[in-house]
Design a protein around this ligand. Structure first.
Ligand code: PRX
Length: 651
């Protein structure tokens, strides 16, 4: 092990608050401390038998030919059978699988496992009628309607790999993905609802299809009922075609058959089709879902407030929870429609016990204020989760106090589209949590922090997060691009997965994620991570959200520029600016003091809610913006450019 001086990132932020589990939680928890003692092989073998029903047993646990892994070799199974049919066969058909809440108030459905089975079979029969069989690639471009998971499960039932394209993506993005996978069928809907307005999915899909000649047929769900163009011979209404409920046997699939591709949009380059297969993926997501969310399927009402279009939706709205027989909430719309208490009203109505969301959503609620949550009874909640970005300690504590009533453990789960399943997270009932730390690798996961040269960085030091052993749900490649797979993840260190995230391990062995390594700043020779400066800013009582980026500086190499949103929509001032700079200096040291602060009502984010620091760098450097097509709201950066020009304050 190298000393702290071998670190690739300097670490400044010290968070001292500790939250040990309560005795009552620990006593009833699914995970017991000895879970960490079990050998890697026996852990993944036992879990595979416990979580999944195999049509034919696997004959060997895994095979590792870096960078390609195979898991549960020889095993045969069907994901839809595991997620739906076997629960019905076991007499649990009356259990609710999804409480679905539409965005228009009062639009609700409760779907039991028996009803889910029936709908999946009807959809699968409709797809069959359109010529879909084992191996036919299917695109899914839908909003947050129950038919989205139904469509995914219908594909899985037939052995047809799917790619779900987030409903906020443009026609071009959709066409790129359909073409890359060679999809033959597209499942979509007339329109979706978003903040009270219809989103024209079918019209956008039509535009995409004009540039995606492999798509022969579409299946179109009627959601809003507004008229949309239908092309004769190509387009079919779901309600007209998905009427045949006669048995449709789940296709026995090999463990390593393709289950789905999910495209990650890189910064500028062509999106990568991340490959996920069947057996290892299902074991990985079901196992992590069981222990990390401490799921008690008979009692819990679980809500993952992500979109099915992201990997979080795949693994923890659809495949993990359904495999475990969970009752979930699924919500169609935005958190502020018709008002900012919509989420809390939903939690109260369904008695939600477990809530899983993203730091960006938590910071939005922080910005709006705790009065919205305070209007509702949230006492059923017993566990909270976070995913998608490092969570600032103040946002963590806010979540803990105002949503969790100071009684709910928080699981800060680190993972990626590529990892398929959570890899670093507290286990509730065991882990003493620390705001801002994802704590420990999941049992059977070998994570470490490396220096630039590939030495392990010792406690306290910052470096690059790597994974040294394969895990069941890991990506099986980048679709059609072996070289890109090797270059992106396997070229920095031999036979070791490079995650592209900075991290440090503290003296207790807990991991602190430091953001994407591309975002690290270099100020006077100190390699400073964005998240630490941002967390120091968010630590100030008036700050709701902050993002930092570096610009070139003649003296220090790079200088830090901060973009700050104040709570309650307050505008910034010169006094506030000085106060915040001093706050950062006090909290983590003068080296991290931002040279400039730009106050802004909104930060530029991707459609999945991650702050786009790359664009902030362009604003900070006063240069033309790079690719803005992955932004959720392009008007935000234009405004920032104006503000950046007007409000620059240098030392
Ligand atoms: O930078 C890390 C961040 O999100 C990236 C993965 O993004 P994506 O593939 O879109 O998947 C998001 C949902 C799993 C990671 O490389 N990230 C995700 N979770 C955390 C996180 N950063 C810090 N802490 C987390 N808990």
């Amino acid at each position: 092990m190298s000393s702290d001086s071998g670190q690739a990132i300097d670490t400044l932020f010290q968070e001292e608050r500790r939250y040990p589990p309560s005795a009552a939680f620990s006593a009833a928890a699914n995970a017991k401390p000895d879970i960490y003692d079990e050998a890697f092989e026996s852990f993944w073998e036992r879990e595979a038998h416990e979580r999944v029903t195999w049509f034919e047993p696997f004959t060997s646990l895994y095979e590792w030919n870096p960078p390609y892994a195979k898991w549960y070799l020889g095993g045969k199974l069907n994901v839809a059978y595991n997620c739906v049919d076997r629960h019905v066969e076991a007499g649990r058909g009356d259990r609710v699988a999804y409480y679905w809440e539409g965005e228009p108030v009062g639009d609700r459905r409760a779907i039991t496992y028996a009803e889910l089975q029936d709908e999946v079979v009807r959809c699968a029969n409709a797809l069959k009628a359109l010529g879909v069989g084992k191996g036919t690639a299917v695109g899914i471009y839908m909003g947050m309607v129950p038919e989205a998971p139904i469509a995914m499960l219908a594909c899985a039932r037939l052995g047809a790999p799917h790619t779900v394209v987030f409903g906020g993506f443009s026609a071009d993005s959709l066409a790129d993905r359909l073409n890359d996978m060679g999809c033959e069928v597209l499942i979509t809907q007339d329109e979706a609802y978003r903040r009270g307005n219809p989103v024209p999915l079918k019209t956008t899909a039509d535009e995409a299809l004009a540039a995606a000649p492999s798509v022969r047929k579409t299946l179109v769900l009627r959601r809003t009922g507004n008229p949309v163009p239908m092309t004769d011979g190509r387009d079919h209404w779901w309600h007209e075609l998905a009427t045949d409920g006669s048995p449709c046997a789940p296709e026995p699939m090999d463990s390593e058959d393709l289950l789905y591709l999910l495209y990650t949009s890189g910064t500028t380059a062509k999106p990568k089709g991340i490959v996920h297969t069947t057996g290892g993926y299902l074991v990985g997501v079901a196992t992590t879902h069981n222990y990390i969310f401490d799921l008690k399927p008979e009692n819990d009402v679980y809500w993952c407030a992500a979109d099915v279009g992201w990997v979080t939706g795949h693994s923890y709205i659809v495949y993990g929870p359904l495999c475990n027989g969970a009752t979930s909430v699924m919500y169609e719309g935005t958190p502020d429609f018709p008002d900012k208490d919509r989420w809390w009203e939903i939690i109260e109505r369904y008695g939600v016990t477990i809530l899983y969301t993203a730091p960006t959503a938590i910071r939005a609620h922080m910005k709006w204020g705790p009065q919205y949550a305070a209007k509702h009874d949230l006492s059923t909640l017993r566990l909270l989760g976070s995913v998608g970005e490092p969570i600032n300690p103040e946002a963590w504590v806010w979540y803990h106090e105002h949503i969790g009533g100071e009684r709910c453990p928080i699981v800060d789960t680190w993972w990626q589209t590529e990892t398929g399943m959570v890899l670093i997270s507290p286990l509730p009932g065991i882990t003493t949590t620390k705001p801002g730390s994802a704590t420990r690798p999941f049992p059977g996961v070998d994570a470490a922090v490396y220096s630039e040269e590939g030495n392990e960085v010792g406690p306290g030091g910052g470096g690059y997060l790597v994974l040294r052993k394969p895990w069941p749900a890991m990506l099986r490649g980048v679709y059609g691009d072996d070289q890109r797979f090797r270059d992106t993840y396997w070229s920095k260190y031999p036979n070791t997965y490079f995650a592209g995230d900075g991290a440090r391990i503290d003296h207790d062995g807990d991991f602190w994620l430091l953001g994407r390594v591309d975002d690290v700043m270099n100020v006077s020779g100190h390699r400073i991570s964005t998240i630490e400066v941002e967390s120091a800013l968010v630590d100030h009582r008036d700050v709701a959200e902050a993002a930092v980026a570096a610009r070139a500086d003649a003296l220090t190499g790079q200088a830090i520029v901060a973009f700050v949103t104040l709570k309650g929509g307050v505008e910034g001032s010169v006094e506030k600016l000085e106060e915040l700079r001093n706050h950062v200096a006090e909290k983590i040291g003068p080296i991290a003091k931002p040279a400039n602060i730009v106050f802004t009502p909104e930060l530029p984010k991707t459609r999945s809610g991650k702050i786009m620091r790359r664009l902030l760098r362009d604003v900070a450097e006063n240069r033309p913006l790079g690719d803005t097509t992955t932004l959720a709201d392009p008007s935000v950066v234009a405004e920032l450019q104006d503000r950046g020009a007007a409000e620059t304050h240098d030392d």
